[in-house]
Design a protein around this ligand. Structure first.
Ligand SMILES: *[C@@H]1O[C@H](CO)[C@@H](O)[C@H](O)[C@H]1NC(C)=O
Ligand SMILES: *[C@@H]1O[C@H](CO)[C@@H](O)[C@H](O)[C@H]1NC(C)=O
Ligand SMILES: *[C@@H]1O[C@H](CO)[C@@H](O)[C@H](O)[C@H]1NC(C)=O
Ligand SMILES: *[C@@H]1O[C@H](CO)[C@@H](O)[C@H](O)[C@H]1NC(C)=O
Length: 158
């Protein structure tokens, strides 16, 4: 089953069909698969199959260093997107093995720059696919120095 293409189509059609379906995300949870579906401005930074009750996060993150825990079985992926000659942003995605065909994007607090794995972890428990973007910078919620003389980074944050 081509989960990511199905996800995109589902989001595009805004379907409200919410019958849970099972996917073996092992099949496509690899960098080669994501490379095959991403546009040229995006590159895959990593793919990870997380077992049921597993945890996932990026301990080095400034804004979101705490792992999401007690996760359902899922595929986690991190993608880097070039947004201009001088800017880029990353996003993380959780694709649960048992997916209810719904999608939730979670936000960041204040000016926090980083993938919000914790909030993704709290919503993926309901069976939704979920995404969070770094918003194009790497900082705490109070640090705005990244924005100075950097209109492209402000655009990514917006
Ligand atoms: C889930 O993982 C936590 C932390 O590793 C562990 O304490 C708990 O026993 C696990 N629960 C189940 C149902 O496996
Ligand atoms: C957090 O998750 C990462 C994988 O994303 C794992 O390598 C690391 O051991 C986890 N840390 C804790 C404290 O569970
Ligand atoms: C954010 O900055 C911290 C501190 O410099 C670094 O450890 C971390 O790897 C950076 N995160 C990303 C996603 O670049
Ligand atoms: C993301 O892409 C930009 C170029 O658009 C690059 O400068 C940056 O190093 C990439 N980040 C990572 C973590 O690979």
């Amino acid at each position: 089953m081509n989960l990511s293409k199905n996800l995109a189509i589902t989001v595009a059609l805004s379907t409200v069909n919410a019958h849970p379906q099972s996917y073996d995300t092992h099949d496509n949870c690899n960098n080669e698969f994501f490379k095959s579906i991403l546009p040229s401005i995006a590159s895959i930074l990593g793919t990870y199959h997380v077992p049921a009750n597993g945890s996932f996060g990026q301990a080095a993150d400034i804004a979101y260093p705490i792992n999401a825990t007690n996760l359902p079985a899922l595929c986690a992926a991190i993608v880097n997107v070039t947004s201009s000659a001088t800017s880029s942003f990353a996003f993380g995605i959780f694709l649960p093995d048992s997916w209810n065909q719904r999608f939730i994007a979670v936000g960041n607090g204040g000016f926090s720059g980083g993938i919000n794995w914790l909030s993704m972890g709290s919503v993926v428990l309901y069976g939704v696919a979920t995404v969070s973007t770094s918003t194009g910078h790497n900082s705490t919620g109070q640090d705005m120095t990244w924005a100075l003389n950097n209109p492209e980074a402000k655009g990514d944050w917006g």
